[in-house]
Design a protein around this ligand. Structure first.
Ligand code: ADE
Ligand code: ZN
Length: 351
């Protein structure tokens, strides 16, 4: 460029906002590791393990990712997970996610895994947990990203199966920090798992649950009252109950919101209709997360950019609030949360 050339035009406010969203440090609190299994890795692991696939190519598999609701997604998601068999597979899966997360400036991740999806196929619990835990340790050492695991119970299965899963995981207790509840929400209210969450609490585990994704506000109430959870995963239907919103806001009860997931699973007709701005305006501790990024079209920064592009009520203040909430809502130590929040303040001061 000649020395006399005019400097590049100032970035548009939109470009500056995108840069801030991408560069700000953040925590991811709602990511199913099996939902980060990209089609390319499904094919690689199928070849490695000799697993036959129902689709002839990566493109054909990706083309099948058109969902009408949560169940239509879960059917494909559980089928995809069948290629995961060995400790190395679980390590490789989690490592791929963690590298991707670090590129999105995720400094802390609390990662869900669904052991029953694997143990019910004969995969040893130890292969699942030690493989994931090895990737988490590696992320801390090589990426400076702190990563923790949350064991989720599949709510379409029985309470008895959830108890057996928790007991089977106990020899590996040091590798996970909490329990969660996921899978088909409708018809499987939180109270079905009241006793297993009480047992997990006795063991010093944190508790979170999916509620109010497709299910009604009453499921969110039940997750609070009967499971005594510390975060609600999704929770977007809380706005149907003003009394519940007041309760969630007063307690600063975090909601781990997943915008692209909600659009792909038809919880909202379009991103422009998403209620994230209303959740924030109501004073709720909302965070943005990717849920199942390999299936829903994007990782954490893709979710932020898609939401901010479609929703003009979201700007710099909301970007700051979402990242700050993500640290506040995490199960990290107070010292780590304060350090990341200071890094967030520095990122905003620099822009
Ligand atoms: N498992 C993976 N993604 C999920 C979601 N969005 N809701 C419930 N269970 C899930
Ligand atoms: Zn989820």
């Amino acid at each position: 460029m000649p020395a006399t050339a005019a400097p590049a035009a100032d970035p548009t406010p939109r470009a500056a906002l995108h840069r801030l969203l991408r560069r700000m440090p953040k925590a991811e609190l709602h990511i199913h590791i099996e939902g980060s299994l990209e089609p390319e890795l499904i094919f690689a692991l199928a070849a490695r393990n000799g697993v036959p696939l129902a689709y002839p190519s990566v493109q054909a598999l990706r083309a099948a990712y058109a969902f009408s609701d949560l169940q239509s997604f879960l059917d494909i998601y559980y089928a995809g997970a069948s290629v995961l068999q060995t400790e190395a597979d679980f390590h490789d899966l989690a490592w791929a996610y963690l590298e991707r997360a670090a590129a999105d400036r995720v400094v802390h991740a609390e990662i869900f895994f669904d052991p029953q999806t694997h143990t019910d196929r004969g995969v040893p619990m130890a292969a699942v947990i030690t493989g994931l835990a090895r990737a988490c340790r590696r992320a801390e050492a090589e990426l400076g990203l702190s990563a923790r695991l949350i064991l989720c119970f599949l709510r379409h299965l029985s309470e008895e199966a959830a108890f057996a899963t928790l007991e089977a995981a106990l020899p590996l207790r040091e590798h996970f920090i909490g329990v969660g509840l996921d899978s088909s929400e409708r018809g499987h209210p939180p109270e079905k798992f009241e006793r297993v969450f009480a047992r997990a609490r006795e063991l010093g585990l944190h508790g979170v649950a999916h509620a109010g994704e497709e299910g009604p506000p009453a499921y969110i109430e039940s997750a609070l009252d009967r499971l005594q959870v510390e975060r609600i995963d999704h929770g977007v239907r809380c706005l149907e109950s003003p009394a519940l919103v007041q309760r969630l806001a007063a307690r600063r009860m975090p909601l781990t919101v997943c915008p692209l997931s909600n659009v792909k699973l038809c919880v909202f007709g379009s991103m422009a209709e998403h209620n994230l701005p209303a959740l924030l305006a109501a004073g709720l501790c909302a965070t943005v997360n990717s849920d199942d990024p390999a299936y829903f079209g994007g990782y954490l920064n893709d979710n932020l950019v898609a939401a901010f592009d479609a929703l003009p009520q979201l700007g710099r203040d909301q970007a700051y609030a979402l990242a700050k909430n993500s640290f506040e809502a995490s199960f990290a130590t107070a010292a780590d949360r304060a350090r990341w929040t200071a890094q967030l303040d520095a990122a905003f001061a620099a822009e």
